[in-house]
Design a protein. Sequence first.
Length: 312
Amino acid sequence: MKKDLNSLKWLALAVILTVFACRKSVSDTPVPPQQPPPPNPQDSTQPVKKADTTSTPAAPFPQQPLTGCAYDPNYGDSIIYPQPTDGQDYIVHPINVPGPGKFLSWPAGLVIDSVTGAIDVTKSETGERFAIGFVKAGTTDTCLSNLIIGGGSYMDSVYVLGDGQTAAYPYYDANPTLTTICGTGNGNGTGCAFDVTGSAAQMKVVVNHTTGVIDLDKTLNGPGGLLSSGAFGLVPLNGQTVTTTIYYRLNDPSNLATQKIQVQFMYYDSKSNINPGLLGSVVNKLDNILTGNLIDKSANPRPPLIIITRRN
């Protein structure tokens, strides 16, 4: 009997040690650190080496497109304006019926139904020129027509504060000469409103609320000047970027519909520090804007990139 009691004691001890070992192994298992949430694509600041321009349209731009076809996409005008919709998207359909085929568009940013050609203007990028193509069923030819979605934008550019280039002006309806429908930086606006949600101001991007002109000096250095913190922080780094969304309303045929545009800012101490490839990309887009061409036929031209430097 004594032998049986000893056996039971040893068995109980073995069970206790096993449970303790299991608990210890679970508690000692390292817990992976919680990953931080991904940066908000709408409004973010982070040091990077170059702007993100990797988004591409679904199909390559046709090498030998046709124009003036009897069945080219026709939306009744060369420019379409967003409209207030009380929460519903504003959709525009082609006024002609080209028959079976496929609709395409360039560059990225136009939301178009590939079967019907209906354009969701509300979800599309505004203030930009697009090429719309139609490939008729049974053919391989792409018939092109141009269409502008009305709205405001900013030019891809390099600004040197030391040369007095302290303001970025908006332009409208993809027309680089149309810059004053909301007034100028020295006068009052004409019923337009910019940064209506305060999202740009929250990122310390200083936008004139009536003209849309961006004060680059205050955006970089802060409204208090020396030793105040701007959009890039107290000590900006070469290649650092800030991306923000500007919500705005225009007193034009859009009837004060709320629109938005993302704008990306990049900082360099001097213009000479900018990577030649990046500088070439900015200059190429600027040339396309000034000559009335598509900003880019292969990559996504949005957001526009504004590079701020202190000197040449």
